[in-house]
Design a protein around this ligand. Structure first.
Ligand SMILES: *Cc1c(COP(=O)(O)O)cnc(C)c1O
Length: 354
């Protein structure tokens, strides 16, 4: 196997997704999914035919939702495929660099490793904001910059002026990719309005989070026509299965968007409820500000809290191994009952004393 496999693949560790870790419980707050089942129904038809390369109906619907013209949108198999397509289209293996700002979403690093691309990292500051000074120092010869805004797993938005600053200073041969997987929770903070001003801006979106459709694997790349046309060259011939487009189309009808917006407001309410209940718990050291459907919490003894919650069937995500996030756990915001479950069980942990 070692002789068969290129060295950079041989040394890869498979990405541990929330699903692949496979912890069993009854409350799942580990993958930032929506706790509500999206009820859009799909009727089978035409499955003997290959799908369109890009469903024109879905492009139309996402264009209406995002106010971006159809020809500036690419439909992908989740935002994860978007992350990979950009490397495939723009980076030369063993030669080019990408930049990102840890702690952040793991896939930027994973994709770089798979394609043997060098990683240039500039850790975020202790207030979780961008280290603009060091970004400027290291920005030369970077092909792609991946910026997760709001950031996963910290949950915060970056200062808009800092992102604008990056956009203004980067050379024409560098792309800034803003991963807006969670932007539906604070849609006014999107950078979509800047697409018309900056030729090297790319935005990633997904139906996996606020739209409650992680199961269909549908995302979007938004940029300018030139970049979209390059990306089309490296996308598979029939990338999006017909059932996926059909469900996505229905989820973008105004009736369903109303439900999604209602769910977003409910998540934001549940988040405030949860934070107010647990902020005074003795095991909690700090709850970080979040503009998303999850919160990052620093505990005094996160390993014990994590194990205790698992033993009670509540599954959350350990982040304590990440740069600067010692003793931190990430908790997705669930239904009000799931929040109450979590509060009750955490309060028993309190009672048990640490
Ligand atoms: C969940 C997530 C993704 C992946 O989205 P998919 O559309 O499900 O592939 C991408 N980026 C970030 C920051 C995420 O949290």
């Amino acid at each position: 196997m070692k002789k068969l496999t290129p060295h950079h693949i041989h040394i890869l560790k498979p990405y541990e997704s929330a699903r692949s870790i496979d912890l069993k419980g009854h409350v799942y707050l580990n993958a930032n999914e929506s706790p509500w089942i999206n009820t859009v129904k799909y009727e089978h038809n035409n499955l003997n035919r290959y799908p369109e390369f890009q469903s024109s109906e879905l492009l139309k619907k996402y264009s209406q939702y995002s106010y971006i013209p159809n020809n500036q949108i690419l439909i992908t198999r989740g935002a994860d495929e978007g992350i990979e397509l950009l490397v495939r289209a723009f980076c030369i293996s063993g030669n080019d660099n990408i930049m990102f700002f840890p702690p952040t979403y793991d896939m930027y690093s994973v994709v770089a490793d798979i394609f043997n691309i060098k990683k240039i990292t500039v850790p975020i500051l202790s207030d979780f904001q961008l280290d603009i000074k060091n970004i400027k120092k290291k920005i030369n010869n970077v092909k792609l910059i991946y910026l997760c805004n709001p950031n996963n797993p910290t949950g915060n938005l970056f200062f808009r002026k800092d992102i604008m600053n990056i956009l203004t200073i980067i050379p024409k041969t560098t792309l800034l990719i803003i991963d807006e997987a969670y932007i539906d929770y604070s849609i006014q903070d999107s950078f979509i309005s800047e697409l018309s001003r900056f030729n090297n801006l790319v935005i990633l979106r997904t139906l996996s989070k606020a739209f409650g459709l992680s199961g269909i694997r549908c995302g979007f790349i938004l940029s300018n026509i030139n970049i979209i046309n390059i990306l089309k060259k490296v996308l598979a011939p029939y990338p999006i299965p017909t059932p996926v487009s059909n469900i996505a189309i229905k989820s973008l009808q105004s009736k369903n968007i109303t439900i999604v917006k209602k769910n977003i407001l409910q998540i934001l309410k549940n988040k405030i409820f949860l934070i107010n209940k647990i902020k005074s718990f003795l095991c909690v050291q700090n709850i970080f500000l979040s503009q998303t459907n999850f919160i990052l919490i620093k505990f005094y003894q996160s390993k014990k809290v994590f194990q205790y919650l698992i033993s009670k069937g509540i599954i959350i995500r350990d982040q304590s191994y990440k740069l600067g996030l010692e003793n931190c756990l990430r908790i997705s915001i669930g239904t009000i009952n799931e929040c109450k479950d979590l509060i009750n069980i955490l309060s028993m942990f309190e009672g048990n004393k640490i």
